[in-house]
Design a protein around this ligand. Sequence first.
Ligand code: NAP
Length: 281
Amino acid sequence: MSARSIPIVTLPSGRTMPAFGLGTWRMGENARKRRDEVDALRHGIDLGVTLIDTAEMYGDGEAERIVAEAAGGNRDRLFIVSKVLPENASRRGTVAACERSLKRLKTDRIDLYLLHWRGSPPLAETLEAFVALRAAGKIRDWGVSNFDMADMADLSRVAHEQAGTNQVLYNLTRRGIEFDLMPWCRERKIPIMAYSPIEQGRMLGHPALRAVAGRHDATPAQVALAWLLRQDGMIVIPKAGSRPHVEEDIAALDLTLDSEDLAALDRAFPPPAKATSLDML
Ligand code: NAP
């Protein structure tokens, strides 16, 4: 498999980021898996992946160290997303958490820094810290994660600019955001980062997914990823802990679903008919 180019998405700041990258949740939790995890990410980078999604929470910081190891001398080619935990998201706590992440990531800046989910610190404090970190060159863009409609509305009351992204649970089995959150973000040109895009593997045995996959000589995971990747302003970040999964997931970029596929998937996984609260994993 040779390196391939990956489509880009434009952030409200005007900067761009890749529409496809690799996640790192559950990495760094088991020392025996560490070598394979570094190898999987490095393999992805060799194949053209430049977006890596991580968080201070993952493996208690160990996932960020794995990202640093996999990045090696390629840091400048990469777009790294990390996240501050809500319990650290006060004005001073956010800055301190970011400094710790930068050390573990062995880098001088995080490309996109997110509030992992909303907690008790006032949003205005977290935003102040994000703006200060950006002014100091320690982050390039900021955003949020697991923010529902009401959270986004609160955010827009205190923020002087749009969030770079809202990273949320979104896949064929979790389509609730299509009713309101997604149109709200689209209107404001805020890209969505779809996490758990293959529902952590749980959806892969679904007969409809298998049938569509069969028509294209593809796999169910590739169909689930291609269904997300075809949408404008969508960033998709599967986690893959082995070379075969990395290769399979990247190849989803080459799969185009036709109207017959999309109709079959809509029948099996119907779009929402009413507002629901945001799912979170
Ligand atoms: P996911 O990407 O939907 O699924 C990951 C699981 O699927 C892993 O067990 C992986 O196994 C398996 N897998 C990957 N490619 C496969 C393939 N081609 N065929 C079969 N199985 C495959 O779930 P996720 O890790 O929850 O979500 C992705 C990323 O989103 C996370 O890693 C994290 O970076 C981010 N995330 C963010 C939040 C948030 O609150 N902001 C929450 C959840 C996730 P192997 O490991 O064995 O390859």
